[in-house]
Design a protein around this ligand. Structure first.
Ligand code: GAL
Length: 450
C-alpha cells in the first residue's frame, strides 16, 4: 500500500467555537452576545434554535477532553467567549469566566493536548453592538484590551493564539448579506467592519509582542480559491473581482499592508468614501504574524454577471458532489490554495484551522454512526494537504471542523459537522462517528493511504 506521509512534527487537531458548543448562555456572570440576541429573534435560525444549551460543553468539558484523548488529538482549537470574560465588552471583568478557560486549558495540558485559543469567533458582547459594534472604531480598542487581559491570564498556558476567525464572514455575511448577527445589509458598513476587525487584529498582535509571553500568534481567514468558468476575458474579470472580494481583501492588508487596488477603485467610484481608514492603520494591520490559519471548505467557480456590483456570480457544476450545506466537494482546491499562498503571500507556517463537512448523519441499528461520506471527504482533503506539503508548502498542522456536532449558526442544529455525534434528544450523549475512528488511525500513523 502506498503511503502519503506527513512531516514528523505535523500537528493533528480539531476545532470548535464558544457559542456553537458551550451553552450556559446565562451562567456564572456571562453577558449577552450578539448571537444570543440574534438567535432569539424569531426567523433568523432554522427551527428557531439557539445556543442556550448547545452541547453543554461548559459543564462537560472534561468528558469532551477525554474523547479528544481517545481520538488522539495533538492540539485543540477552541474560542474564548468575550462576554464571559468582560460581560459588557469593556470595564468590569468576570472572574468566573476566566476560571472556566483556566480549567479547560489546564485539563488539556494535563491530557497532553496543546491548546490553541481563538480570541474572537463571532460572539461580540451585545453591549458593544448597542454602541455600533465593529462599525465603531472603539470596538477595536476594547478588543485589544480584552486580548491583553487574556494574554495576562492564560499567556503562560496557551502556546498558540488566533486573533480573529474569518473576518470575511463577520463583515460580509453579518453586515452585507445579513444572514449572521447582527443582520445588517449594507456594503459600506460591511467594509468598515472588515477594516476595524483587521485593525483590531494588528493591535492585538502588537500587544502580544509587548506582553513578552512566549508562543505564537496569527489570524484565521476563510479562503476559497477562485476559478473562472471559461477562458473568456469577461469570466477572467469576474474571477479577479471575486478573488479580491473573498480572499485578497483580507490577505493583502495583513501581508502587504495594502488593499487590492482595483477593487478599492471600484468601491471609491460606487461609494465615494467607502470607509474610514486612518493614516498608520495599514502599518498596524500588517504587523508580523507567526503563522497563517486558513479555513477551507470549497472552491468558488464564477462567471461574469454585469448586473452585479462586482461583476461576478457563482456557478454550481452539476456533475460534482455536494455536502449537506450544498458546498461542492473539491479537494484539489485545497492544494491549489496552499500553493498559491506559498507562492504569493508567505513562507511562514500555515495551519489549516478548519476543514470538514456536514452530512445528514443517523444513529444506525448497531448504535454507531456510519458517516461514510465524511470519511471520504476527509481522506480526500488529507491527501490534498499532503500533496501541498510534498510540493514544499510550509504546512504545519490540520484542525478538523468540527470535534462535535454543534450550533451551525443560521442553520442551528440542523447541520452536523462533527466527528463526534451529539444526541441532543438523548441526554446529549456523545458517540464517536466512523470518521473519528478513521481520524484516530491517520493521527496514529501520520500517513494517509494513497
Ligand atoms: C466556518 C466557521 C465555523 C463553522 C464552519 C462550518 O465558517 O468558522 O464556525 O460553522 O464554518 O460552516
Amino acid at each position: 500500500m502506498a503511503k502519503l506521509t506527513f512531516p514528523e512534527d505535523f500537528e493533528w487537531g480539531a476545532a470548535t467555537a464558544s457559542y456553537q458548543i458551550e451553552g450556559a448562555a446565562n451562567e456564572d456572570g456571562k453577558g449577552e452576545s450578539i448571537w444570543d440576541r440574534f438567535s432569539h429573534q424569531k426567523g433568523n435560525i432554522t427551527n428557531n434554535d439557539t445556543g442556550d444549551v448547545a452541547c453543554d460543553h461548559y459543564h462537560r468539558y472534561q468528558e469532551d477532553i477525554e474523547l479528544m484523548r481517545k481520538i488522539g488529538l495533538d492540539s485543540y482549537r477552541f474560542s474564548i467567549s468575550w462576554p464571559r470574560i468582560i460581560p459588557a465588552g469593556s470595564g468590569k471583568i468576570n472572574q468566573k469566566g476566566i476560571d472556566f478557560y483556566k480549567r479547560l486549558v489546564n485539563e488539556l495540558l494535563k491530557t497532553g493536548i496543546k491548546p490553541a485559543a481563538t480570541l474572537y469567533h463571532w460572539d461580540l458582547p451585545q453591549k458593544l453592538q448597542d454602541k455600533g459594534g465593529w462599525e465603531n472604531r472603539d470596538t477595536a480598542k476594547y478588543f485589544n484590551e480584552y486580548a491583553q487581559l487574556m494574554y495576562k491570564e492564560l499567556g503562560d498556558l496557551v502556546p498558540r493564539w488566533i486573533t480573529h476567525n474569518e473576518p470575511f464572514v463577520v463583515s460580509m455575511v453579518g453586515n452585507l448579506f445579513g444572514e449572521h448577527a447582527p443582520g445588517n445589509q449594507d456594503h459600506q458598513k460591511a467594509l468598515q467592519v472588515a477594516h476595524n476587525l483587521l485593525l483590531s487584529h494588528g493591535m492585538a498582535v502588537e500587544s502580544f509582542r509587548e506582553s513578552g509571553i512566549e508562543g505564537e500568534i496569527g489570524i484565521t481567514l476563510n479562503l476559497a480559491p477562485v476559478y473562472a468558468n471559461s477562458e473568456n476575458k469577461k469570466d477572467q474579470i469576474a474571477k479577479d473581482y471575486s478573488d479580491a472580494f473573498n480572499n485578497r481583501w483580507f490577505l493583502d492588508p495583513v501581508f502587504k499592508g495594502e488593499y487590492p487596488e482595483k477593487l478599492m477603485a471600484l468601491y471609491q467610484k460606487e461609494f465615494n468614501q467607502p470607509f474610514e481608514l486612518e493614516t498608520g492603520d495599514l502599518e498596524i494591520i500588517s504587523r508580523d504574524i507567526d503563522f497563517l490559519g486558513i479555513n477551507y471548505y470549497s472552491r468558488a467557480l464564477v462567471e461574469y454577471d454585469e448586473s452585479k456590483l462586482l461583476n461576478f456570480k457563482t456557478v454550481k457544476p452539476e456533475a460534482s458532489n455536494y455536502t449537506a450545506m450544498d458546498w461542492e466537494v473539491y479537494p484539489q482546491g485545497l492544494t491549489d490554495l496552499l500553493l498559491s499562498l506559498d507562492d504569493q503571500y508567505t513562507k511562514k507556517p500555515i495551519f489549516i484551522t478548519e476543514n470538514g463537512a456536514a452530512y445528514d448523519d443517523q444513529i444506525a441499528e448497531d448504535g454507531n454512526v456510519h458517516d461514510d461520506k465524511r470519511v471520504d471527504y476527509l481522506e480526500k482533503h488529507f491527501r490534498a494537504a499532503q500533496q501541498a506539503v510534498e510540493k514544499g508548502v510550509n504546512l504545519k498542522g490540520y484542525y478538523l471542523w468540527s470535534l462535535m456536532d454543534n450550533f451551525e449558526w443560521a442553520y442551528g442544529y440542523n447541520k452536523r459537522f462533527g466527528i463526534i455525534y451529539i444526541d441532543y434528544d438523548n441526554g446529549q450523549n456523545r458517540i464517536l462517528k466512523d470518521s473519528a475512528k478513521m481520524y484516530s488511525k491517520v493521527i496514529e500513523n501520520n500517513y494517509i493511504k494513497a
